[in-house]
Design a protein around this ligand. Structure first.
Ligand code: NDP
Length: 236
């Protein structure tokens, strides 16, 4: 019952891991703000299915790279549910081509940092002022931080920035009883991972993990639900 009446914003929740997180947190009793950038139909369908299951949810369009959009996202959450307790910074991009650093153009670098890094900065800045005591923030890193695979230099750099913000933001929220963590998924079966890869590459990467399979969005949602829920209260 500890999750009842808590409100969670999940960024990039129209599909992939974010959609699974929204479904899971709603099932755990939270009120959901399903953020999306362009996938309105998918976000609306997810909200409809949460409502049909007896949950509470709204869909809110916001580009996390835009500070004004993010401010409006929090305002919409507060208007609908009276406050925000949980922020899940799931929205992120990865270039399907995975160019080597030497072949990465400025537009790719800029969009990776605008969405992955500045997007999470925008939402955490709002969260610092607006999250209710007892809340939590869950950010998204990646296993490429440890694997250091060629082709992932700029994407990995964006996740390194996330990990640094995560540890420091946790300390800066001292006194508010708000936890801040990052999850670092391995290869997970979503468009972000699958797009641009051959069957052989997907098979090879799925076998790298000791469990010899890709993660599912639900696997990741379970870790997020733990960190954002009552059992994760002493983890920073
Ligand atoms: P998907 O590509 O499947 O989904 C991405 C989601 O992010 C979509 O809902 C999309 O919304 C949203 N989004 C993209 N850009 C923006 C933006 N500017 N503002 C708001 N929302 C945006 O990705 P995954 O589910 O795979 O990835 C989720 C997170 O997990 C990312 O941070 C990723 O880096 C991380 N991750 C993923 C791994 C994997 O193997 N899949 C491994 C490690 C980490 P829309 O539909 O509107 O475009």
């Amino acid at each position: 019952r500890d999750n009842i009446a808590k409100t969670a914003i999940v960024t990039g929740a129209s599909r992939g891991i974010g959609a699974a997180i929204a479904r899971r947190l709603a099932r755990d009793g939270m009120q959901l703000v399903v953020n999306y950038a362009s996938g309105k139909a998918a976000a609306d369908a997810l909200v409809a299915s949460i409502l049909a299951d007896g949950g509470a949810a709204i869909a809110v369009k916001a580009n996390v790279a835009d500070a004004g959009d993010v401010q409006a996202l929090f305002a919409a959450a507060e208007a609908a549910f009276g406050g925000v307790d949980v922020l899940v910074n799931n929205a992120g991009i990865m270039p399907p081509a995975l160019p080597a650093l030497a072949d990465t153009d400025d537009a790719t670098f800029d969009s990776l940092f605008a969405i992955n890094v500045k997007g999470s900065f925008h939402t955490m800045r709002q969260a610092a002022a607006r999250l209710r005591h007892g809340g939590s923030v869950v950010n998204f890193s990646s296993s490429v931080m440890g694997l250091a695979l060629p082709g992932y230099s700029i994407y990995g750099a964006s996740k390194a920035a996330i990990e640094t913000m995560t540890t420091i933001f946790a300390k800066e929220l001292r006194g508010k009883n708000i936890t801040v963590n990052a999850v670092a998924p391995g290869p997970t079966a979503t468009a972000l991972f699958l797009n641009g890869k051959t069957e052989a590459t997907i098979e090879r990467m799925s076998q790298m993990a000791p469990l010899a399979r890709l993660g599912t969005p639900e696997d990741i949602a379970a870790a997020v639900a733990f960190l954002a829920g009552p059992d994760g209260r002493w983890i920073n």
